[in-house]
Design a protein around this ligand. Sequence first.
Ligand code: T6T
Length: 331
Amino acid sequence: MKFNRKTLAAAGSAFAVAALVAGCGSGQVGQSGDAGGQTQNNKKLTLIPGAQAEPFYISMQCGAEAEAKKLGYTLDTQAPQKFDAAMQTEKVNALGSAPPAGLLIAPTDEQAMLAPIQQVKNRGTKVVEVDTSLKDTSVAVSSISSNNAEGGKLAAQTLAKLVGDKPGSVLVLDTIAGTSTTNARAKGFEEELKNHPNLKGLETQFTQNEPDQAASKVTATLSATPDLVGIFATNLNTGEGAATGLRNAGKIGQVNLVGFDASPSEVEGLRKGEYQGLIAQDPASIGQQGVQQAVAALENKPTQRTITAGLHSITKADMDANAQYFYKQQC
Ligand code: T6T
């Protein structure tokens, strides 16, 4: 089922009504109480990542769970089936009238997720953004993310080094408009490309975070652009799809592929020569620091509004020395 912005707005107001009804029962809306996130002794944290069963978010969950346990909190994870704002809105709305004390969330859309997250905050929950963020910076107490623009720049430099002086075209595969992280990576890449005049940037293409779409965009670009020398895939799914597109066209190794993230399948692809470079993030540390910030906010200790997590450029030559940055499939 596809959802549009209208559906999202409707879902948001349905939650508002539910919150009001629940609020009438407990007497007050937006204040601490039995149902409020800030109830004393509420040691419950919830993580709502972008999508379920993705190594990036699994690694984030592992880091968050371990830190929550260490600090005496519980953490449960409510993951939407896909990276989709309407599906994530349902998960946020399902927190209902008894939200956790702290919510760690990776908003799947920088605008559409504002209303549902704000509703949870209004019930007393401390909100921390992990990885992606809202455009509105007033909602979260802290945001922990890689420096995505810098990551895009690093990807362009890696690609430029691989191509050398050869002239040619370069394709950027972004995910979905409104995804703060991948949009910033694409921008950072395009900016850096200006410093490499032998490389011509084609118009960025969006894949809706679907590997199949990434694969078919690569197939189409290969037939329309005989001088294609490189592809930058801004995340795991686009990278996996781009590798499939190159494989299907028999172009592995002839067109350089630089991907973001370090999922088991991307790492395997790097080893096999399907990718020439990967920019790995540190999702476990994003999850760990997310919990630290939520707990600090709950315990009235100082918080840090923005925290930048590390990035690591990995090639086949140095991949074994960088194995600690590979993402996990389970904790
Ligand atoms: O690249 C990560 C994450 O940083 C991005 O915001 C969305 O895609 C991933 O989860 C990888 O699939």
